[in-house]
Write a protein that binds this ligand. Sequence first.
Ligand code: GLU
Length: 358
Amino acid sequence: MKETVVVKVGTHILGRSNGRLNYNRISDLVEQIIKLRKTHRIVLVSSGAIMAGKEFCEFSHEKDPLKKRQMLAAVGQGRLFQVYSDFFREYGVITAQALITFDDFRQKESYDNIKNALEGILDNNIMPIINENDVVSFSESTFGDNDQLASLTASMLSADLMILLSDIVGFYTADPKKDPNAKLIKTVEQISSDLLSLCEDSLSDGGTGGMLSKLRAADLASQHGIPTIVCSGKEKDSIIKAVGGQTSGTYFKPSRKKSQLSIRGKWMMTAANIKGTITIDSGAESALDNKKSLLAVGVISVKGNFAKRDVVLIKNSENSSIGAGLANFPAEEIRKYIKAKEKPKGVIVIHKNHLYTL
Ligand code: GLU
């Protein structure tokens, strides 16, 4: 079976400084994908609809930024897809468009539908091109720059690699635009919570949000055993080099072997409406490894105000997400169990039938 690679291309890669689509770049990206398709299953997640829309109209009179974004995307998505399709057709490759919202991932039925459709498209050797459905997305639940869309897709398809093509060379020790001593990190061994908060802090200092969103996407992929490469989409043969292990960008190592999680478990951990987090001790972690239920005695802390049957994330004492499940009690009740002087015996917080671990 060919390995699956999810390639995300950001708007900055597809545009020229005058804000118009860069047809040479798109043609070059398509050429690389064509070469790689001989040995890999490639899924393209591409932004650029809003930019493509601006080739036709600006809607400068429109005051509502969300409405403007929706209108530009509605105008531009067709054009963007047409440009890709025309380039792929030169090589005899048929393209398929999938426009997805965050809420589509949240609903288990639509999650399954997206997975089925994409797998069918790949099995039939058609080239899938995905973007957010910007017309439907509400501002608060938007993917924004598609990094998260790429990582959810990668985990859904159990991809072998995720490549985030950006206008920066990779992940630096500091913002290279501000700090001349900033160094490129070639390999990130582990996406620690320290690294994530460092990035969050740089954002609150006015730094770029782009790296944080890439780090979060790489973190999600890593939890599911998928490595991520962040590299410059402007560099020659960037995708080919990334797949061939010769990237000049940053390689994020996965934190575990590729996950064997069921599709329901994957959905719960990545896309479902997670209402809280339960952190457990090492004893409970080994019980979970042995497919047992999660008992109240093993719970260290509870975050969030979930109700019975809500989806909760399970973390170990090192703060790594290790699974998800349906809570058997509301958060308040579990907190009472934790505080109780006499630890309750045999109280099941998440039943093994509704529990999924990596
Ligand atoms: N879905 C948006 C588009 O296609 C993404 C915009 C962005 O990259 O921020 O234009």
